[in-house]
Design a protein around this ligand. Structure first.
Ligand code: C5P
Length: 404
C-alpha cells in the first residue's frame, strides 16, 4: 500500500552484557533486511565488543560518548534520535532498563532514547535472579505501559553458569520485531486522520456549563500515535488540560456545535475519523448573557438536543472514510456497541464499561473492539497502548478500502 520510500534507519543500542557479541549478528541481520543501521554503545558494552567491530559492520560511526567531538558539529544524540525510525536495545541490562524506566539520560544511549519519538524495542539479557527481581519486573511493566515493546529473554544456560530465564532472545527474533515496528512506523503515511477528543461544555451563562468527565487522554494518545506513524492528523478537542501533540493540527473548541463545524470542515479530506469525544447530547436551550444571580436561579434548565456529529458523518459517508466511534456503557456493552455500529454506520466501535474504576480520567482502560462480525476484548492497557492497537486495526481497514 505505501509508496516506495527511502531506506529506514534502525538505531541499535548495545549495553554491557555478554550478549553484546550477539548484537553483531543482529546488526547484520537487520542490514540484510534492507535497513540502515547506526549503533550506540554504553561504555560497559565496549568492554565486550569494540566500537570498531560495529563500525566495520555498519560502515557508520559508532556513538559511545556524549562528549566526543563530532566532525559535522551536530548534536549527536539529537541527530541519532531524529534519524531513528526504530530504536532496538539488545542486549539491554537491568541497569539500562532501570534508567529508561526513570527517564535518566546520563550517557549517549539513554539520552538518545529519551530524545527520540521513534518506537523503542528492548531485548533484555541478564542473570535469572536479576530478571526476576520485583524491581526489574516493575521497571519492565512501567516501560511496557508507556508503549515500549519487549522481546522476552529466552530460557537456557547463562554465562554465569545458572540455567534459567535471562538469555538474550535470538537475533532473528529481535530483527523480526524491529522490522515489524519499522513497517508500523510509517503505515499511515499519506492518510488524513481526523480525531475528536475531550468533553464539550454547553454554557448556561458565562460562568456555568453542562459538561462531563472526559479527560481527552485517549483521543490525544490516538492523535499522537497516528502522527508518529506518518498520518496527517487533525485533532478537534473540547476543553481539556493537555498540551498539543507534536506535529498535529489541533483545533480547540468548547461546544458540540463548534465541534460539529470544525469536524465537518475537515471531513471531506479525511480518510479516517476517530470520534473519541464525549459530546454532550444536550445543551441549555437558552444562554443567559449575564451571570444568573443565585436568587434568580431557575427551577429547571430547559435542554435542546445537540446534533449527533458522528451519525451525520455516517450518513454522508457512503462507505468512503473509515469511521470509528466510542461507546461508554455501564451494561450490555457489546449489544449497545453493535447498535451504535449499525445506527451510525461505523466500521468499528471502541467499547468500554464505565461502571467500574476505569474509563474517564484514568491512564488505563479496558476496551473491546466491536465490528459487525467480531468483538475483540483487550486486557487493561495504558491508553497509549490502546491507541497503538486501535491504529493497527484501522491501518488494516484503510488498506482493505484502498484495495477495493
Ligand atoms: O450515542 P453515543 O453518544 O453513546 O455515541 C458515542 C459516539 O458518538 C462517540 O464516538 C461520540 O464521539 C459520538 N457522538 C457524536 N456526537 C454526539 C454524540 C456522540 O459524534 N452528539
Amino acid at each position: 500500500m505505501s509508496p516506495k520510500r527511502e531506506q529506514q534507519t534502525i538505531v541499535v543500542g548495545v549495553t554491557g552484557g555478554i550478549g553484546a557479541y550477539k548484537a553483531c549478528e543482529l546488526v547484520r541481520d537487520v542490514m540484510r533486511r534492507g535497513f540502515r543501521v547506526k549503533v550506540v554503545m554504553t561504555e560497559s558494552a565496549t568492554r565486550f565488543v569494540t566500537p570498531l567491530t560495529f563500525r566495520t559492520l555498519t560502515g557508520e560511526p559508532v556513538a559511545v560518548s556524549l562528549w566526543a567531538d563530532e566532525p559535522d558539529a551536530k548534536v549527536h544524540h539529537i541527530s541519532l534520535a531524529e534519524a531513528a525510525d526504530v530504536v532496538v536495545i539488545a542486549p539491554c541490562t537491568a541497569n539500562v532498563i532501570a534508567k529508561l524506566a526513570h527517564g535518566r539520560a546520563d550517557d549517549m544511549l539513554t539520552t538518545t532514547v529519551l530524545a527520540t519519538e521513534a518506537p523503542v524495542i528492548v531485548a533484555p539479557a541478564m542473570n535469572t535472579h536479576m530478571w526476576r527481581k520485583e524491581v526489574t519486573q516493575a521497571n519492565v511493566s512501567a516501560l511496557r505501559a508507556r508503549g515500549y515493546a519487549f522481546v522476552e529473554p529466552g530460557h537456557g544456560a547463562l554465562a554465569c553458569g545458572d540455567v534459567g530465564e535471562g538469555r538474550l532472545a535470538e537475533p532473528a527474533l529481535i530483527a523480526d520485531a524491529a522490522q515489524a515496528e519499522a513497517c508500523r512506523a510509517r503505515d499511515l503515511a499519506g492518510v488524513h486522520v481526523l480525531v475528536t477528543a475531550g468533553p464539550t461544555h454547553e454554557p448556561i451563562d458565562p460562568v456555568r456549563f453542562i459538561g462531563n468527565r472526559s479527560s481527552g487522554k485517549t483521543g490525544f494518545a490516538i492523535a499522537e500515535e497516528a502522527a508518529r506513524r506518518g498520518a496527517r492528523v487533525s485533532l478537534v478537542t473540547g476543553p481539556v488540560s493537555l498540551p498539543d501533540p507534536f506535529g498535529v493540527e489541533v483545533v480547540r473548541v468548547t461546544t458540540a456545535l463548534q465541534m460539529r463545524a470544525a469536524v465537518l470542515a475537515r471531513f471531506d479530506s479525511s480518510d479516517v475519523v476517530i470520534a473519541s469525544a464525549a459530546v454532550a447530547d444536550f445543551r441549555p436551550a437558552t444562554f443567559a448573557s449575564g451571570k444568573i444571580k443565585t436568587a434568580d436561579a431557575p427551577d429547571a434548565v430547559v435542554l435542546a438536543r445537540n446534533p449527533d456529529i458522528l451519525a451525520e458523518l455516517g450518513e454522508a459517508n457512503g462507505g468512503r472514510a473509515v469511521l470509528v466511534g466510542f461507546a461508554a456503557e455501564t451494561s450490555d456493552v457489546v449489544t449497545y456497541a453493535r447498535e451504535k455500529l449499525a445506527g451510525k454506520r461505523l466500521d468499528l466501535v471502541v467499547a468500554n464499561d464505565v461502571s467500574g474504576e476505569l474509563g474517564f480520567e484514568t491512564d488505563e482502560n479496558r476496551v473491546m473492539f466491536v465490528s459487525a462480525d467480531a468483538a475483540e476484548e483487550l486486557p487493561v492497557l495504558d491508553k497509549r497502548v490502546i491507541a497503538r492497537e486501535l491504529l493497527d486495526r484501522i491501518a488494516a481497514l484503510v488498506d482493505a478500502r484502498k484495495s477495493l
